[in-house]
Design a protein around this ligand. Structure first.
Ligand code: FES
Length: 151
């Protein structure tokens, strides 16, 4: 091996080593950076009481909740997340029950399981009225199905 060939192989070796160190360093930096998962806030305003009609519940798509308004009983908020695998349930006014389209679970008017495979009933969340008159739902505060806010 002459001197020129030795130098070119040497240069190639140094470049390969630098490349390997760079890739390793990038992997270490990526490993040290946390995987942050941002959840939407669990307490949020949903609107004025007058925004919600009496009768069938209002479904809020982004929040995945049903807002019930009853003339005599007031407001109640139910989760639209099935307790089986998390699909979004639908409310049928015809039989006043929640039906899950994924695996067929059925929940009664108070959210209790009437037909599995869902292991638990739907959750109900606390709803309060903020100082500005808006309704506020707190998904961290689970309440019994009989909970109502009179406004
Ligand atoms: S996710 Fe609702 S029944 Fe499976």
């Amino acid at each position: 091996m002459n001197r020129r060939a030795f130098l070119s192989w040497g240069t190639l070796g140094v470049a390969a080593l630098c490349s390997a160190v760079g890739v390793s360093l990038a992997a270490v930096i990526r490993f040290l950076m946390p995987n942050v998962f941002y959840e939407p806030p669990q307490s949020f305003k949903i609107g004025q009481p007058a925004d919600f009609p009496f009768g069938p519940p209002t479904f809020l798509v982004d929040e995945k909740i049903f807002v019930f308004r009853d003339r005599d009983k007031g407001f109640a908020v139910a989760s639209a997340v099935c307790t089986h695998l998390g699909c979004t349930v639908a409310y049928f006014q015809s039989d006043q029950r929640f039906h899950c389209p994924c695996h067929g679970s059925v929940f009664g008017p108070n959210g209790a399981v009437q037909h599995g495979p869902a292991p638990r009933g739907l959750q109900w969340f606390e709803v309060t009225q903020a100082r500005d008159g808006m309704l506020r739902v707190d998904k961290d505060k689970v309440v019994p199905p009989s909970y109502r806010l009179m406004v």
